[in-house]
Design a protein around this ligand. Sequence first.
Ligand code: GTP
Ligand code: MG
Length: 138
Amino acid sequence: VQRSLVLVKPDGVRRGLSGEILRRIEAKGYALAAVELRDATPELLAEHYAEHEGKPFYAPLVEFMLSGPVLAVVIEGQRCIEGFRSLAGATDPTVAAPGTIRGDLGRDWGLAVQQNLVHGSDSEESAAREIGIWFPQL
Ligand code: GTP
Ligand code: MG
């Protein structure tokens, strides 16, 4: 059965939205295989965001991800990678569709980085890679 790595980013944890986000995942019908409140590290984020290294938003993104704890979650269920991306909505929360996590709960705060509440793996390959980074024991 398929698994995906979901992160509630520091903005989501800070705003007290972890429960609401887990609620939406469970209401959709996915199982929670692991849930852990964690402090990211520069090393962990360099691996996690390797594909974005060198982009203009990379440094502010890493700084933002270090600004507070993240809730690291492994979800499980048929097609949950695609399913969670659909629940999350578009990357830019200003235009993410209402009904989605980012569309209902996110907005532009005028900050250097797009604070968009959640991360979700975007392919089976990324999911395997990212679960290995955050939960090497799984
Ligand atoms: P994740 O689920 O977090 O990976 O989001 P995504 O797949 O929708 O976006 P992507 O992987 O392309 O980018 C990762 C993160 O970098 C995003 O979630 C944003 O926080 C940030 N980001 C991506 N593109 C931009 C951009 O053009 N400008 C800024 N400021 N931030 C960006
Ligand atoms: Mg991505």
